[in-house]
Design a binder for this molecule. Structure first.
Ligand code: HEC
Length: 285
């Protein structure tokens, strides 16, 4: 038993030391699968520093060893304005480079958690709270863990009350983008109402959902294989976003409820979902 544990620890250690891939999103073809990465580099992780930090996921302070995102990105020259974090569970979180560079929002990427005796220990799985059930789909951290200390994250377009870093697992890669061009891929541009829908998508959904394989894949794709606007009416969508299902924990559902979601927003978002399904998607430029 003991040698196996050691072996696993050594394996986890070698994974944690893996370089992180960084590239710029290529222009042209709109399907993410076929967009060629530009200037792709494997960046060695920087020297580790020790930090005692509060973490919004574990809701406690712990000792970590890791590095800041700004340290990693120092070795990558790019004039793009946003770092799109690729998270191992399929989430995509855009962070403005200006915030990273002036350290006003510079996530700490822990590669080790240090136990009470000073020895490294694996990152505990994150269970959702419901004492009646075991969580069938806990969040699992592998190579590293983003440690964010408060819920007021200054992300662009972000809604207070929804902190995407409560759901992130390990940082896998970073794609450098121009944020305006990125959002344009999701724009349906037909009426002001649909533009409102796009803003709502950007502020409440894009961290976890994508459209036709562009963007996040943690939750369902909004258009393929099933167009969500056909499955849910605006009223129905409102209930789905605003409230968590009673059986969310036993079924392993991960989508967080957003209590401040209004009927007005649901209508606008639904219109945008419909147009996204009916119109061709725009290319990243
Ligand atoms: C933190 C991640 C996250 C955010 C933010 C999020 N979702 Fe989800 N969503 C999920 C996941 C994961 C699923 C798959 C089912 C599950 O595990 O809950 C899902 C499933 C869905 C489904 C399909 C399930 C069904 O019963 O129809 C719809 C529709 C949906 N989300 C809409 C939205 C909309 C609209 C927003 C923004 C207002 C949003 N989601 C924001 C994670 C998220």
């Amino acid at each position: 038993m003991f040698p196996i544990v050691l072996l696993l620890l050594a394996f986890a250690e070698s994974l944690a030391a893996q370089p992180i891939k960084v590239w710029e999103r290529g222009q042209g073809n709109h399907f993410q699968k076929f967009v060629k990465p530009v200037n792709q580099k494997s960046i060695d992780i920087p020297n580790l520093i020790s930090k005692n930090l509060f973490d919004v996921q574990y809701q406690k302070k712990s000792d970590y060893q890791g590095y800041y995102l700004s340290h990693l990105l120092k070795s990558y020259d790019s004039n793009k304005d946003t770092a799109l974090l690729h998270i191992s569970n399929g989430m995509r979180v855009p962070i403005p480079m200006a915030l990273i560079q002036d350290h006003s929002f510079d996530p700490f990427i822990a590669v080790k958690m240090i136990g009470p005796k000073g020895n490294p220990q694996p990152f505990p799985k994150l269970m959702r709270k419901d004492s009646r059930f075991n969580d069938p789909r806990p969040l699992v951290f592998t190579t590293n863990k983003l440690v964010i200390s408060h819920d007021r994250v200054p992300l662009k377009d972000h809604r207070a009350g929804l902190n995407p870093f409560r759901f992130t697992t390990s940082l896998e890669a970073i794609e450098m983008i121009n944020y305006k061009s990125w959002l344009k891929q999701f724009s349906v541009n037909s009426s002001p109402e649909t533009d409102i829908g796009l803003k709502i998508f950007a502020s409440r959904c894009q961290y976890c959902h994508g459209v036709r394989s562009v963007g996040a894949t943690f939750g369902w794709d909004f258009v393929e294989p099933l167009a969500i606007y056909q499955k849910r009416s605006p009223e129905n969508l409102l209930l789905h976003v605003k409230f968590q299902k009673m059986d969310a924990v036993p079924r392993g559902l991960l989508m967080p409820p957003q209590f401040d979601f209004s009927p007005h927003e649901s209508k606008a978002l639904w219109q945008w979902l419909k147009n996204s399904a009916l119109k061709a998607q725009q290319a990243y430029q």
